[in-house]
Design a protein around this ligand. Sequence first.
Ligand SMILES: [Mn+2]
Length: 321
Amino acid sequence: MAERPHDPDPPDPSAERIDYAAANGWDGEFEIYSDFELPTYVGPTTFMNLPWVTGSVNSLQLGVEPFELLSVVDAGDANIIPAWIDRSHAIIFRKVREVAGTGAIPIILGGDHSITWPSATAVAEVRRPGSIGIVHFDAHADTANDDWGVLSGHGTPMRRLIESGAVLGRNFVQVGLRGYWPPVDVFEWMEDHGLRYHFMTEIDERGADAVVDDAIAEALDGPDAIYLSIDIDVVDPGLAPGTGTPEPGGLLPRELLRAIRRIVGAVELAGMDIVEVSPPYDHAETTAMIANRAALEAISALALKRRNGAAVRFEPGTAGD
Ligand SMILES: [Mn+2]
């Protein structure tokens, strides 16, 4: 590579107002080309720079084309610094409140489960004076007081939500708990605060549909709408290995997706999150695919409601309408 000729006496930037465009030869007339005329590797990433056509998708489960019926947008990431959890939670709270405040139904993609604390709180605030119930799918209760002294970890968000008043304990319903955590004293706190929970063993015995129907009734025992929180570790780690705290003996993906369709189809959805997907632990992207479909099944169920004439958007200030 040829070296640029060395100027032994470059101009002093402080001494004169330099015309950088002219000095660098960038002040000429250049023709502007359309994307299609540019080399194929420049511009939007479509095949041969052909126009991008947003294709629809059709839910075989629900017989609906969701994006023909709903306006769905990607609102982008919250402006977080991962190593600064207090700031992250504050920024997530503001972002979700901003989105929910437009009347849209936020679907938040985590992140670990600590984000449910600011996310569900934001939705609860926007929905005032109405209230929300929460249906929480998880292998773990996430109701510890602290994780080794940390109050805002991924094992504590549900306690923070109840302590702060964002949701009543009796409208907080957990589905899929199993394994060996939390300890007895945490379950005692849950009992004291009226939480309802359904172990995997109950699903084994009664079936997921019956348990989900109970969860809906419990969450809506007072509130107007449901916030749905999906920890991907509720699915068996043989099928969803890409998560930080796998616990054998979980739901099948088809049971989770059916439950999401069933809940979103039956209730007013206030918001939803899907958390604890950890791509480095995933294999063949099976976990990511389930998380993707969890969101898509909810969107499709909302679209079916819209097609049937139901309101999907929330109008702030009209809770209960
Ligand atoms: Mn969790």
